[in-house]
Design a protein around this ligand. Structure first.
Ligand SMILES: NC(=O)c1ccc[n+]([C@@H]2O[C@H](COP(=O)([O-])OP(=O)(O)OC[C@H]3O[C@@H](n4cnc5c(N)ncnc54)[C@H](OP(=O)(O)O)[C@@H]3O)[C@@H](O)[C@H]2O)c1
Length: 353
């Protein structure tokens, strides 16, 4: 019997679902996934529904696989090691709760459960210890953050030691304050749309949870103020952000700047197949990153799109400024799952390492 993990993709015909199919095909740790969609694609084959041509779904078997209509009882009965959910928000909340209560481990891309206290919001390099939050009600839900938040949080992770030092000084009457005025630019078609429903709210709330400390079985949120302004522009792939961070008291040193280039985490230590060797790539050219040139950053080949590219980095006093580019459906859609599966998920969830 194969020791690879059995898995399924819910929403396999969607943009994010198809990314899962691309990255799971030929993956050394997973069997080819079972595919689920709505009644609209029932009995069609993945080959008939392919939307993304930028990287192949290798292996003829997966392309020929039939898409099943999603039925939660069937998914529960299959006893998958992992279920990857790329369902729309309005469907995901209820379906994922039902699966979790039925004993399934669900890695979700959708937003309804992200802020639940027992649902970790994981960026694998940044907060793998949050996996300990995952409930033990038979199954678990482990969530991916908003695709723009993930790029931001990954690039802020090297500043965590600064925060921890500030916290230890003990001369700070109130909580730490950082202000992050910034702007995320997302995709649209031949137009600019100056408002994206719910996007700025997610960007305000999620970094607080993701960069928070796990204390006595709960997240103590990072006390950070985020001021996002989000706009859709005609870019096919990638989210571009301009970030300015002001620390309350610490100066940004050359040493902390160097941490950017060296940063990595557990997925790199474990040499997981989809983990990029360097999760943050700092470009020195003033005209980078650009979506067309940098959206697929990351190596080895399986990790293309998993690295975040940072440019125009400047620091002085307590202020840090940079731009960043993150692949919205690869790092922004799949990272919490495919980077972070070193061994059977029940153990990952129970000890968070
Ligand atoms: N697009 C992005 O950049 C992005 C990035 C990060 C996160 N997300 C999140 O990821 C999720 C998926 O986004 P997407 O852009 O991939 O959506 P999408 O392209 O609209 O795909 C939705 C998928 O869900 C399936 N589905 C819809 N209603 C269903 C139902 N009642 N029962 C079972 N399956 C159903 C669809 O199947 P049929 O084709 O058979 O109808 C399709 O496979 C969303 O929660 C979104 O917010 C999106």
């Amino acid at each position: 019997m194969s020791d690879r993990l059995r898995c399924a993709v819910l929403g396999a015909t969607g943009l994010v679902g198809q990314r899962f199919c691309q990255l799971l095909s030929g993956h050394p740790m997973f069997e080819e996934p079972d595919l689920y969609g709505s009644e609209r694609s029932e009995n069609e084959r993945l080959r008939d529904r392919l939307k993304l041509a930028d990287r192949p779904v290798s292996g003829g078997d997966l392309l020929e696989k039939e898409i099943k209509r999603l039925d939660t009882d069937v998914v529960i009965r299959e006893h998958y090691d992992a279920v990857f959910s790329a369902l729309p928000t309005e469907v995901a909340g209820q379906v994922e709760s039902r699966l979790r209560n039925g004993g399934v481990t669900v890695f979700t891309n959708a937003s309804p459960h992200r802020m639940d206290p027992d649902v970790p919001l994981v960026v694998p390099e940044v907060n793998p210890e949050h996996l300990r939050l995952a409930s033990n009600r038979g199954g678990s839900i482990i969530a991916n953050g908003n695709c723009s938040t993930i790029g931001l949080v990954l690039t802020l992770a090297p500043s965590r030691p600064l925060r921890d030092r500030e916290g230890e000084r003990g001369d700070n009457a109130g909580p730490l304050r950082r202000r992050l005025p910034w702007c995320a630019i997302l995709d649209a078609l031949s137009n600019i749309v100056p408002y994206i429903k719910n996007e700025e709210e997610k960007l305000r709330a999620e970094p607080r949870k993701m960069l928070g400390r796990l204390k006595s079985g709960a997240i103590e949120p990072w006390d950070v103020e985020v001021s996002p302004f989000c706009t859709r522009v005609p870019v096919r792939r990638g989210h571009f952000e301009v970030v300015e961070v002001t620390f309350r008291r610490n100066r940004i040193s050359r040493r902390s700047y160097r941490q950017w280039k060296a940063s990595g985490g557990l997925p790199q230590e474990k040499r997981l197949p989809t983990a990029p060797e360097r999760p943050i790539i700092v470009r020195n050219e003033p005209d980078r990153p650009q979506p067309v040139l940098d959206v697929d950053a990351g190596s080895p080949d399986r990790a293309r799109g998993m690295a975040v590219t940072v440019g125009r980095l400047s620091y002085g006093g307590r202020r840090l400024r940079y731009s960043l580019l993150v692949h919205n459906t690869i790092r922004g859609g799949l990272q919490a799952r495919l980077c972070y599966l070193p061994r059977p998920i029940s153990r990952v969830v129970s000890d968070g390492t």
